[in-house]
Design a binder for this molecule. Structure first.
Ligand code: NAD
Length: 294
């Protein structure tokens, strides 16, 4: 059993912390929003009144926060209050440069650290079936692994500091681009008089096959569990897809990589959000594409 300080008890953090409690760990949580802290408390998380108090006795500190600036501010604060040698894990989705800065802050304070962003959404967080993509030293990853297994089912060590965030944004850039591609194909098929089911039956067993089509089909019918059958309620909100596409473009610029389709996908999701649909599932982009072609 470990003592874990858990900072950021939102939609993802609260169920992740609850799974650590279920696995027998002592979890001391903190969130700026009292309502979010109270919800986690109901799941067995002890609530501290400051971030510093949450980490004071911790063997491991986990952060699950909105963006890089929040992670850097919280780490800069709590690293001075934690026990020397504690392991710091950040599971937020943040930019690669901030993730590397966070590792540097931890090293300067004598702490081990892992960047460990997730995929699987709030459903995966509740079910304990998240995928963790990890970056950091092999020893830090080995210490983190059993804890991550209490919250996820696939744990991948992607490389050194920042490699987990790099894998996450590269994966989500594929996802954003492929979803637009699948939506364009259905919108074109409609204009050509092709039924959704016919296109699905062909493409799902042909070279156009991909997750955006077979698991998350953006038109109602072929995949009954996809958000298209539920008014495009998320799921994975378009605003979060836009966040990840922007992170991929920041990283591409900083690393000097050419990603023209990633850039265009970000522009398309920006227009979707500006039209007021950031809260819709990201597969709802098909409605935006249809309107543009009408
Ligand atoms: P959320 O907004 O529900 O939760 C973030 C929490 O952090 C909030 O409760 C907020 O009050 C708290 N917080 C912010 N600043 C704080 C501070 N200084 N100290 C303490 N608490 C603070 O967001 P979420 O959906 O839980 O997402 C968290 C991270 O996980 C994000 O980086 C997101 O991109 C990523 N993510 C989300 C999903 C998803 O489906 N929601 C999936 C994969 C990854």
């Amino acid at each position: 059993m470990s003592t874990i300080g858990f900072i950021g008890l939102g939609n993802m953090g609260a169920p992740m912390a609850a799974n650590l409690v279920k696995a027998g760990h002592r979890v001391i949580g903190y969130d700026l929003l009292p309502a979010n802290a109270a919800a986690a408390e109901a799941e067995g998380v002890a609530i501290a009144s400051t971030a510093a108090d949450a980490v004071r006795d911790a063997d491991v500190v986990v952060t699950m926060l909105p963006a890089g600036r929040h992670v850097l501010a919280v780490w800069a604060d709590v690293l001075t209050h934690a026990r020397r040698g504690a392991l710091f894990i950040d599971s937020s989705t943040i930019d690669v440069d901030s993730a590397r800065q966070a590792h540097d802050l931890a090293a300067q304070a004598g702490m081990a650290s892992v960047d460990a962003p997730v995929s699987g959404g709030t459903g995966g967080a509740k079910a304990g079936t998240l995928t963790f993509m990890c970056g950091g030293a092999a020893e830090a990853f080995a210490t983190a692994r059993p804890l991550l297994e209490a919250m996820g089912k696939k744990i991948v060590h992607c490389g050194d500091a920042g490699a987990g965030q790099a894998a996450k944004i590269c994966n989500n850039m594929i996802l954003g681009i492929s979803m637009i591609g699948v939506c364009e194909a259905f919108a074109l098929g409609e204009k050509l008089g092709l039924s959704h089911q016919a296109l699905f039956d062909v493409a799902s067993t042909s070279s156009g096959q991909c997750w955006s089509l077979t698991t998350y089909c953006p038109v109602p019918g072929p995949v009954p569990t996809s958000p298209a059958n539920n008014g495009y309620n998320p799921g994975f909100a378009a605003a979060l897809m836009l966040k990840d596409l922007r992170l991929s473009q920041d990283a591409a610029q900083s690393a000097g990589a050419s990603t023209p389709l990633g850039q265009h996908a970000a522009q398309i999701y920006e227009a979707f959000e500006a039209a007021g649909f950031g809260g819709k599932d990201f597969s709802g982009i098909i409605e935006h594409l249809r309107q543009k072609s009408a």
